[in-house]
Design a protein around this ligand. Sequence first.
Ligand SMILES: [Zn+2]
Length: 390
Amino acid sequence: MIIDLLLLLLPVAAASGWYAAKRSIDANTHKDNDGFTRPYLVGLNYLLNEQPDKAVDVFIKMLEVDSEMVETHLALGTLFRRRGEADRAIRIHQNLIARPNLSKELRLQALLALGEDYLKAGVLDRAERVLLEFTEIASGEIAIIGLRHLLDIYQQEKRWDLAINIANKLLTHGEPYQRNIAHYYCELALQAKAQSQLEQTQRYLKRALEIEQNCTRASLLQGDIETASGRYKTALQAYQHAVQQDPDYLVEIIPAIVNCYERLLDEDELLRYLTTCLQQYPRTSLAIVIATYLQQKEGEAAAINFLTKHLQQRPSVRGLQKLINLQLNNAKEEIKNDHVILHDLTTKLLKNKPTYRCENCGFNSKVLHWLCPGCHSWGRIKPIQGPEGD
Ligand SMILES: [Zn+2]
């Protein structure tokens, strides 16, 4: 901290020395020719002695004397915030904003910095107020920073309609926030669904798909609404659309699809659908469901034969576990124990493995989060693919 501050204040000390010398030369107009350096030295001394509050007092007083030092104060405030001393940063930035003659550009910088101080301090309502004032007057690149902060606040507070409003403004700046907006509509849909407002729920989901046509989550929710109302054919359309939108989520969607076909008493069509789907997307979750149906309809040998062929092309631990399960049923007593050991081994292999991973930041999880807890991006956590995944 001290080193940082000294580095920051070195140019100030140099500048103030220059000013002092200049003032000494212009003795007629500036009588107090060393009055400029002394307060800084006093301030520095307080910092060196770990008395930052007294240092802040001195620097704030200096600002009243000399407006040339505004940018140094901005930097000093940022340094305090980065050090986790948001209260001191707030004092400095508040003091800057209170200055009536501040230029528009510096006022914007100070407002943004104060908003960031409040965010750091976790005082969201004050951060929101300052950032709203900032975004009213800011334009261009710097406005985008303020809008992103506001979006962060509304996401934390789950105020989805306000988040949509801000994300739409970001869109006008050319920022790609369509995916965010679609998920905000999904969140609103869930709220409406919880209050049994089904028509409103459907409207929100429609909006989600209008803004982001590949929003798998919206199609899944549409399927769930239709299923809950007993409209299984319409539900199937939504779920099958979700598969086309993003087959990486197959493992999430397949149980819902199976449920719909079973409710419609159309297992032959289900098997046809699953087989066609597997040709397009050779995922383990599909192969396991098909193997289960083959076992019921044609017996274990057919299921084992099918799954073995699939695993030869696309090995996976989950597929292997299912295969061992199938073989266990018909295994002779002398080799049954070997199968049990193998089954336990695959269970151990899978036990502590994450099932989902964020494709943006690599965050691992056992449950599906639509909003990544690691990088706060939407819809980037997906079921893991490959031998240890789907
Ligand atoms: Zn992430």
